[in-house]
Ligand binder design. Structure first.
Ligand code: NI
Length: 178
């Protein structure tokens, strides 16, 4: 398993729409292992392939808390089939927008179809954190970020901050800190 570098805002790759997976093979399984390793290392509870620069419709989620047995889930070509009427507000963050958190309102329950790593068609009806996380990650596959669900004022502020940080990093290429 390899920990891969994360794509960070404002990298335009994050706005790309990921392509459906057509073949499940050893490379794809290896990639799912790398995604899980990268997510655990961060640490985070969800990761879409595009966040490590690979524009395919795959995501991983593990909601187990620290000290609990890991509970990894891999979703291929996930698709939201239905959204419940109620809404949930969760404070969300994103490994591609480090150290920024905001409350996001989303449907409280969702039903999604997906393929597992054996190519089996599956369905999940999720609520609570799983519903939020699934929607957040499926958004990534469509080039949508959680900051798209907050006010434009707040979003512009975050984007400006990350653009400035990226510029400053570019300006000092020879610099390093241990
Ligand atoms: Ni995210």
């Amino acid at each position: 398993m390899t920990i891969r570098p994360l794509i960070i805002l404002p990298d335009p790759m994050l706005r790309q729409v990921s392509k459906p997976i057509e073949r499940i093979d050893a490379d794809l399984r290896k990639l799912s292992d790398d995604m899980l390793a990268t997510m655990y290392d961060a640490p985070g509870i969800g990761l879409a392939a595009i966040q490590i620069g690979i524009p395919i419709r795959m995501l991983v989620i593990d909601l187990a808390k620290e000290g609990e047995t890991p509970d990894p889930h891999v979703f291929l070509n996930p698709d939201i089939l239905a959204r419940g009427d109620g809404v949930n507000v969760h404070e969300e963050g994103c490994l591609s927008i480090p150290e920024y958190y905001a409350e996001v309102e989303r449907p409280a329950t969702v039903t999604a179809s997906y393929l597992d790593l054996d190519g089996k068609q599956r369905q999940i009806t999720a609520d609570g954190l799983m519903a939020t996380c699934l929607q957040h990650e499926i958004d990534h596959l469509n080039g949508v970020l959680f900051i798209d669900h907050i006010s434009k004022l707040k979003r512009d502020m975050v984007v400006r901050r990350f653009k400035k940080a990226a510029r400053e990093k570019d300006k000092a290429p020879g610099r390093m800190a241990g």
